[in-house]
Design a protein around this ligand. Structure first.
Ligand SMILES: NC(=O)c1ccc[n+]([C@@H]2O[C@H](COP(=O)([O-])OP(=O)(O)OC[C@H]3O[C@@H](n4cnc5c(N)ncnc54)[C@H](O)[C@@H]3O)[C@@H](O)[C@H]2O)c1
Length: 254
């Protein structure tokens, strides 16, 4: 699909990998809607790229539908959905105090990262499936953002890894489901990227994380994620696949 002129939605578009993706889409000529819980940051990014901010919570159907309506009124029906919003957590299943991890933490992370991404995807897909097909019968593309933690999660990452593993497991059946509608689905599993989250860590910690990456021994640039996300849109044969983007990193247990 040619990105130029298309309406695109980016969840988590107010920060980090989502922000970089929103910026790259805009650079390539897309009309970008920045969907994020953080309304103020979404407005800032949208203003800078000539897009529109749609404050929303991806876990809430009403909130998502309102955002999709707002984006569609401004840009027309979207054919590109980039699911980048997500949250982290670190909790051992049995804490140092001997107590079981609180269930609420697991539920919260899976609810945002997995169920939230599924929620907006099903609502987007239903709208996209009704659009006129373009060249080759294609109607749209949908990307998910997992993590290498889906495969090599570290100590304390049960909730995060389960949520990201859920996205990995969902990718192929979703691509198969949506094949009849001409909608492609892929997932990127990033390694360690220099987003606000990691930049808050002390410099020596950042350096030791970077040094753990075989090559290149540095944190990934959000722009590198954004380039692959946009390549997925333009490469019509890329479908049903999970792509690690990690400099050959395999995370150690801790
Ligand atoms: N940074 C990394 O190294 C890295 C590595 C692997 C995977 N990831 C994944 O990439 C994605 C982006 O990470 P990031 O580092 O850019 O994080 P970030 O915190 O900079 O950005 C995440 C954005 O998602 C938004 N968000 C959170 N919950 C939301 C909800 N319920 N509804 C709408 N928006 C919501 C936040 O407001 C925030 O703007 C996440 O899914 C993360 O798990 C990041």
């Amino acid at each position: 699909m040619n990105i130029q002129g298309q309406a695109a939605l980016v969840t988590g578009g107010a920060s980090g990998l989502g922000e970089a993706t929103a910026r790259e889409l805009a650079r390539l000529g897309a009309k970008v809607a920045v969907l994020d819980l953080n309304a103020a940051l979404a407005e800032k990014v949208a203003a800078e790229i000539g897009g529109i901010a749609c404050a929303c919570d991806i876990t809430q159907a009403d909130s998502v539908n309102a955002a999709l309506d707002k984006a569609e009124a401004a840009h027309g029906p979207a054919r590109i959905l980039m699911n980048v919003a997500g949250i982290g957590s670190a909790k051992r299943i049995v804490g140092k105090d001997g107590n079981a991890a609180p269930l609420e933490d697991f539920v919260r992370v899976v609810n945002v990262n997995l169920i939230g991404a599924y929620n907006i995807s099903r609502l987007f897909a239903a709208r996209c499936a009704k659009l006129e097909p373009m060249e080759g019968g294609e109607r749209g593309t949908m990307l998910f953002t997992a993590s290498v933690a889906a495969f090599d999660g570290q100590v304390g990452q049960q909730a995060y890894s389960a949520s990201k593993g859920g996205l990995v497991g969902m990718t192929l059946p979703m691509a198969r489901d949506l094949a009849q509608h001409g909608i492609r689905v892929c997932t990127i599993a990033p390694g360690l990227f220099a987003t606000p989250l990691l930049k808050e860590l002390p410099e020596p910690v950042q350096q030791s994380l970077a040094a753990s990456i075989p090559f290149p021994p540095r944190l990934g640039k959000p722009s590198e994620f954004a380039e692959l996300a946009c390549h997925f849109v333009t490469n019509g044969h890329l479908n049903g696949e999970v792509i690690r983007l990690d400099g050959a990193l395999r995370m150690a247990p801790r």
